[in-house]
Design a protein around this ligand. Structure first.
Ligand code: ZN
Length: 216
């Protein structure tokens, strides 16, 4: 079974990817990891990607496509019952190229899981996150606040937050995500492949919807 998992930052992709891997033996591929592996192994694709990144440019679609296909065709875990692709395709051009390259093969996509969460909720999840630098406990000021403001319940240490998670930059990140991703979702919707899953809920009902979808 070949699955694409899509969703904005904070939508729970990581959590559900991990659960999927526990249930089905899928090769989980994130494009971020693919870049890092190719670069650290100094492959031809890695060197090419690095030249763009060093110059402060985005890696072009064509190179991303080649890197993903290279992995799926040559490096995929032979024991896996399919792939779980995370963070790809990110643009319409990538989706079109990927379809062209995999159509009619056993690398074609079977299911697309889109974790749909309103921006307002994503913002609270991300901006409300606090963590304890001493014991590692995670809090959220909106959903799981500590008993005393900014103090860890477990060890009493002061809580910290990630400085890059400010409201303005997050708003831009979410808007960029939608702008690039909506055409990808429309593309796959036309092919009847997208399961849009309302992911502004607790874990269990979301997971139940995912299981139901994958049985189709
Ligand atoms: Zn603590």
């Amino acid at each position: 079974m070949n699955i694409l998992i899509m969703g904005a930052p904070g939508s729970g992709k990581g959590t559900f990817s991990n659960r999927l891997k526990d249930e089905i033996k899928l090769d989980h591929i994130s494009t971020g990891d693919l870049f890092r592996e190719n670069i650290s192994n100094d492959t031809e694709l890695g060197r090419e990607a690095k030249s763009y990144m060093d110059a402060g440019h985005l890696v072009p679609d064509d190179l991303v496509n080649r890197m993903v296909l290279d992995y799926l065709k040559n490096k995929m875990d032979p024991e896996a019952d399919g792939y779980l692709l995370d963070g790809y395709p990110r643009t319409l051009a990538q989706a079109e190229a990927f379809e062209e390259a995999t159509k009619g093969t056993d690398l074609a996509v079977d299911h697309i899981l889109y974790l749909d969460v309103p921006h307002e909720v994503l913002s609270k999840r991300i901006l409300g996150r606090r963590s304890c630098p001493q014991c590692g406990e995670i809090y959220n000021i909106y959903f799981k606040a500590p008993a005393t403001e900014n103090v860890c319940d477990k060890c009493g240490h002061e809580l910290t937050y990630r400085s890059d998670d400010n409201a303005e930059s997050l708003k831009t990140r979410l808007e960029d995500y939608d702008r690039l991703t909506q055409p990808v979702i429309d593309f796959y919707n036309d092919r009847g492949l997208v399961a849009s899953i309302s992911a502004d809920r607790d874990f269990e009902p979301i997971w139940a919807d995912i299981v139901k979808e994958l049985k189709k």
